[in-house]
Design a protein around this ligand. Structure first.
Ligand code: ZN
Ligand code: ZN
Length: 399
């Protein structure tokens, strides 16, 4: 005889199985039409259409994001399920957000089906622009998390892990200005902004020896001059600066900037910089929530491990980190590609529409739905999760 909780879980999982084919087709359709930060019109349209069709009402263009969407069903303790659906330049869905999108969609639809009987509320958010735009921050600033008790999503990966090792991140734009001159006829009249950028880049390379081993600083040149016989007078570079926490990031930032500015001083150029207004915070996983997810994924045959225990971890940054400082959150990684296939690669993009990826869509949806049901139906778990959050998430300065 099933307990009421098991019966609710069975109903939720049956719902996901009933629409599995449509979820997978949606995953493949989003994969075939990669869209960048805040331009995810096709994905938002597809996800909202399916969500509305199956009884999880959502609206687009909400909480400050044209390609965001939101809706809710039920009342009581509120679980937020999030879908990401943006892609990367050049390598499309090399982060597998088509899987994230449709796993979230399946979970939200299933939960809308059982929310009333379980005594809970599901809020489903479509959160654009994870790859650098910070859609979750924008939406949270506009109130998308108001009234939410816990939040979750699953992220595609090459292993089943409790979380991403998400460290704090802030993007930086640095532009150098010099003086154009004919490179052969009058080089002495030039002030070379490319030299300034190169020296700044090299100064960061020397800095790397004296930062924490977990910190990451990486940059590209986005403008390097227009013709070899003109001394480059305008150059631009873009940087990602990452550290374990927002606090340690704030200590690293001036050191990186000083290194980059040094190139300008050496070359007689001027330099301007701009820190991105949406820094990503580190991810704080709520272990009580995570334990529920681990148990539910195990029921589907997935062994979810803590990063590093089997040698595998995924390091990156995500705007879900900021969310994890606002409400208790989990961001488990679900195996959607063969072990050793790193995210942000062509191989991962190719893997994201295979049968393994499709299974991740369905299992991810079910694992999240069952975890939400556990949360809704256990006041002890609700209390334990809140208590843990109060002890671990003091940082409210993440929006
Ligand atoms: Zn990514
Ligand atoms: Zn991603």
């Amino acid at each position: 005889m099933n307990t009421p909780i098991q019966e609710l879980k069975t109903r939720a999982c049956d719902r996901i199985d009933a629409i599995a084919q449509e979820l997978i087709e949606a995953s493949h359709a989003i994969h075939a039409r990669p869209e960048l930060n805040f331009e995810e019109h096709f994905a938002a349209e597809l996800l909202t259409t399916i969500s509305n069709k199956y009884g999880m009402p959502v609206e687009k263009n909400v909480f400050g994001c044209e390609t965001g969407f939101a809706g809710e069903v039920g009342s009581g303790p509120t679980v937020c399920i999030m879908s990401e659906y943006d892609a990367l330049p050049d390598i499309g869905h090399g982060c597998g957000h088509n899987i994230i999108a449709t796993a979230g969609l399946g979970a939200a639809i299933a939960l809308s089906h059982v929310a009333d009987d379980a005594g809970g509320r599901i809020r489903y958010l479509g959160t654009p622009a994870e790859e650098g735009g910070g859609g979750k921050l924008v939406m949270a600033r506009h109130g998308a998390l108001d009234g939410v008790d816990v939040a979750m999503m699953v992220h595609s990966a090459d292993a089943d892990l409790t979380t991403i090792d998400a460290i704090a991140l802030q993007q930086l734009l640095v532009e150098y200005s010099g003086q154009a001159a004919h490179a052969a006829a009058a080089p002495e009249k030039g002030r070379n902004a490319l030299d300034a950028a190169v020296l700044g880049y090299m100064a960061v390379a020397t800095l790397r020896q004296h930062i924490l081993p977990t910190e990451r600083v990486h940059g590209i040149f986005t403008k390097g001059g227009s013709k070899p016989n003109i001394v480059p007078h305008e150059t631009a570079t873009e940087w990602y600066v990452r550290s374990d926490t927002m606090d340690s990031l704030n200590q690293l930032k001036p050191r990186v900037l000083a290194a980059l500015e040094s190139g300008a001083h050496a070359c007689g150029c001027s330099v301007r910089h701009e820190w991105d207004g949406n820094p990503y915070a580190d991810m704080v996983t709520n272990n009580n929530m995570s334990a529920m997810y681990i148990a539910n994924a195990a029921a589907l045959g997935r062994s979810v491990t803590v990063p590093g225990t089997n040698g595998r971890r995924v390091v990156g940054s995500t705007d879900m980190g900021n969310i994890s400082h606002l409400v208790p959150s989990i961001h488990p990684m679900i195996a959607s590609a063969p072990l050793g296939t790193s995210i942000h690669t062509v191989a991962f993009e190719l893997a994201s529409i295979t049968p393994m990826a499709d299974r991740a869509v369905i299992d991810g949806a079910k694992s999240m739905a069952m975890t939400a049901i556990d949360y809704w139906t256990s006041s002890e778990q609700q209390a334990a999760i809140s208590k843990e959050f109060a002890q671990t998430n003091a940082d409210k300065g993440v929006l």
